[in-house]
Ligand binder design. Structure first.
Ligand SMILES: Nc1nc2c(ncn2[C@@H]2O[C@H](COP(=O)(O)OP(=O)(O)O)[C@@H](O)[C@H]2O)c(=O)[nH]1
Ligand SMILES: [Mg+2]
Length: 389
């Protein structure tokens, strides 16, 4: 198995890409899809693999500086990472790379180099930076025939072969072949748009070594950092004084208190970058008169932390009511049993009983003021939001 290095995608694929298989990142135009190939190759280098990057739409030096932008030091892997330069010859510039396609507008030029390196190199991860550019230069039919050959050879020589493809308006036949027939797996990368693109997602369109999966994930691209799974809104709710603000701040890698509604209440807002996830967290005010606000906020949320003061069972009734407000929207949620440091605090099991909750509800013990248990709570909720592994 070769890991894609894209958070969650390896789980979706049952661990990664088996040796000998091909995969295409199928990008909708206008989406930052090219980074998927870069992240995959870098994560392979880091785990000791050999990588080949076929550059056809820009100068190899520019690709190298892109790696740097993401904070990925490829110079450590000079003997393990090979660039195939199919760009400089096109503009008549000299090349510094070991592998050069001297006639990038002729598929035979590619064929020679690619088949040579497939035979020469130890089992590697071969990434084509832009299959679409090769098609534009060499023709759709010609390129498709070549891809068939490369995939077959990659299988024989135990490589993993990956293509970035941008779905410009090629012939329907070409697009269908790419989506359905040419590759062992197809990862679609697209945008959620309403006049402007406000979210980007990826999901598995096809994979012949895993069960069919319809899961898709929102992502954003951080520089440095690369692809992070994006959770636009997690709600933190609970009774007054339960420790919501403390929890939001404990969880946040960046925290800001937003005074959106005047001086009477402040919404806590935090941001967390953790284990490949990037999430925005919003605290709600505890008082009953703000219940409509909670309703409003939870409508757009992807999950809920219900914070309870484990020392204050009187609060549980109120907390349960708040949960009912948010649960009306069918959101994944967990209970954060806060203030576990105080003597007499109820245990998670006791809280579950007092709440009269179904068995499958998760109650996580936390001491928000000391940041104990907060990231565990985050992981549990994220797991519920993303459907587990
Ligand atoms: N002992 C203890 N006190 C806590 C903990 N978390 C928060 N507190 C305290 O509980 C009070 C209420 O916390 P706050 O975050 O403002 O609650 P909120 O009203 O739900 O936002 C504050 O005095 C906090 O210092 C904890 O884990 N242990
Ligand atoms: Mg507060």
């Amino acid at each position: 198995m070769v890991e894609t290095g894209i958070p969650k995608l390896d789980d979706f694929l049952g661990g990664g890409i088996p040796v000998g298989k091909s995969l295409v990142y199928y990008n909708q135009p206008g989406i930052e899809g090219e980074i998927f190939g870069l992240q995959t190759i870098y994560s392979n280098l880091k785990s000791g693999g050999t990588g080949v990057f076929v550059v056809s739409s820009t100068m190899p030096d520019l690709v190298k500086s892109q790696f740097k932008e993401f904070g990925w030091d490829i110079e450590l892997y000079n003997d393990k990472l090979f660039f195939v330069d199919a760009y400089n010859p096109l503009i008549g510039a000299p090349s510094n790379e070991k592998y050069v396609v001297s006639q990038p507008d002729n598929i035979e030029g590619f064929n020679k180099i690619i088949t040579d390196l497939i035979k020469e190199l130890p089992p590697s991860t071969i990434v084509f930076g832009s299959l679409s550019t090769i098609m534009d230069l060499c023709g759709e039919k010609e390129t498709i025939e070549a891809v068939k050959t490369w995939n077959k050879m990659a299988m024989l020589y135990d490589h993993v072969i990956i293509y970035n493809f941008t779905a410009w308006p090629y012939s329907q036949e070409t697009l269908d072949l790419i989506k359905n027939d040419l590759f062992n797996a197809v990862i679609s990368i697209g945008g959620i748009a309403e006049r402007v693109i406000f979210g980007q997602y990826f999901g598995i369109l096809k994979s012949d070594w895993t069960e069919e999966t319809k899961k898709s994930m929102l992502f954003r691209v951080l520089r440095p950092g690369g692809i992070k799974l994006y959770i636009p809104k997690i709600l933190v709710t609970g009774a007054f004084d339960a420790g919501k603000s403390t929890f939001v701040h404990a969880l946040s890698t960046r925290a800001i208190s937003v005074d959106r509604l005047g001086t009477t209440i402040a919404l806590d807002h935090g941001h967390i970058d953790y284990k490949g996830f990037s999430a925005d967290i919003f605290g709600t005010p505890g008082q009953e008169r703000f219940d409509p606000i909670i309703k409003l906020l939870s409508g757009e949320s992807m999950g809920v932390f219900l914070v309870v003061d484990s020392t204050n069972p009187a609060d549980f009734v109120r907390a349960k009511h708040m949960l009912e407000i948010t649960k009306a929207y069918g959101l994944p949620y967990i209970i954060v049993a806060n203030k576990q440091d105080v003597s007499g605090a109820l245990t998670p099991e006791e809280i579950k009983e007092q709440f009269n909750m179904p068995e499958d509800v998760t109650v996580v013990p936390v001491v928000a003021k000391d940041k104990i248990g907060v990231f565990e709570a985050f992981e549990v909720l994220i797991d519920k939001i993303t459907g587990g592994t």
